[in-house]
Design a binder for this molecule. Structure first.
Ligand code: 1HE
Length: 259
């Protein structure tokens, strides 16, 4: 697949995917969002996990506002465009491969929507989070109402947009926008550690973790519990199960330690 906006390299079982439009702060154009969706719909076979990062000083500045201003899209055109974003970010969240985000600087607007589709998020101390759509006379269109609203709660999301709040890494961590703040300059290294560690899990376990939990949360309690039992039944009959359990029973597994 020919890539214009993403750089991809393999590091063992981890695919490192870099948004490579630093001169625009990795702002996402229509062509770029389609490229993101195509990549995550069909990542390299050998990638057990993926690290997603942005080149330059920022993770991602969201929608390409320059393109948006130039195209003067009709309501129907922008609706179709937002649906491309939804499709692309669904490939990340539900593609079956764990995606760890390493984030620095701006994680804003569509950049926060992109981050929210990732499964684990490590932030640099200089990362900041905002939804400045209201300030640009537009609305979220890349899934924030669903994904960011679920993480921080719809009430807080409304306030974040109305009061034009820009949250620093610490506040973002408290609210769940990132799961960890790395030491300075180490977010990529930490994301790689998580990705390398998760790559050692049984693939079917990882598949269940990233595809089932989000979906089950959309279901009623009865349906969710049923779906969980189905998923668990399938995963526990996978080929790696005997080895995984044996490792624990023979005291060869890594000890659980709070960090
Ligand atoms: C851009 C974009 C962009 C930068 N589209 N070109 N997103 C926003 O409202 C965020 C807008 N961007 C910013 O607030 C700042 O650029 C940053 C905080 C991200 C970075 O600041 P800084 O000082 O490092 O860079 P800069 O000087 O502001 O920008 C450098 C260049 O990138 C400049 O272009 P130049 O030709 O003057 O060099 C900027 O115009 C360009 N640039 N961000 C286009 N977003 C599916 S709906 C989703 C809705 C949204 O995402 S709304 C939120 C949009």
């Amino acid at each position: 697949m020919e890539l214009k906006y993403l750089e991809v390299e393999m590091d063992g079982p981890v695919a490192v995917v870099t948004l490579s439009r630093p001169e625009r702060r990795n702002a996402i154009s229509e062509e770029m969002v389609v490229e993101i969706g195509r990549f995550f719909a069909d990542p390299p076979e050998e990638a057990k996990t993926i690290v997603l990062r942005g080149s330059g000083d920022h993770f991602c500045a969201g929608l390409d506002l320059d393109e948006h201003a130039r195209l003067r899209r009709t309501p129907a055109q922008f609706m179709r465009m937002c649906q491309k974003w939804h499709w692309a970010f669904d490939q990340i969240q539900y593609g079956g491969t764990p995606v760890i985000a390493a984030m620095q600087g701006a994680v804003v607007g569509g950049g926060l929507e992109l981050a929210a589709a990732c499964h684990s998020r490590v932030a640099e101390p200089n990362a900041f989070f905002a939804l400045p759509e209201g300030q640009r006379a537009i609305f979220t269109g890349g899934g924030a109402t669903v994904r960011v609203g679920r993480i921080i709660g719809p009430d807080r999301m409304v306030d974040m947009m109305l009061a034009a709040r820009t949250l620093d890494a610490k506040r973002g961590y408290e609210l769940g926008l990132c799961h960890e703040i790395s030491d300075e300059g180490k977010s990529f290294e930490r994301a790689m550690e998580i990705a390398q560690s998760a790559a050692r899990h049984a693939p079917l376990s990882n598949y269940a973790i990233v595809t089932a939990i989000g979906r089950i949360n959309d279901m009623s309690t009865t349906d969710g519990l049923f779906a969980e039992s189905l998923m668990a039944g399938i995963v526990q009959s996978g080929p790696e199960v005997a080895e995984g359990l044996d490792n624990f029973l023979k005291r060869k597994a890594r000890r659980l330690e709070p960090k």
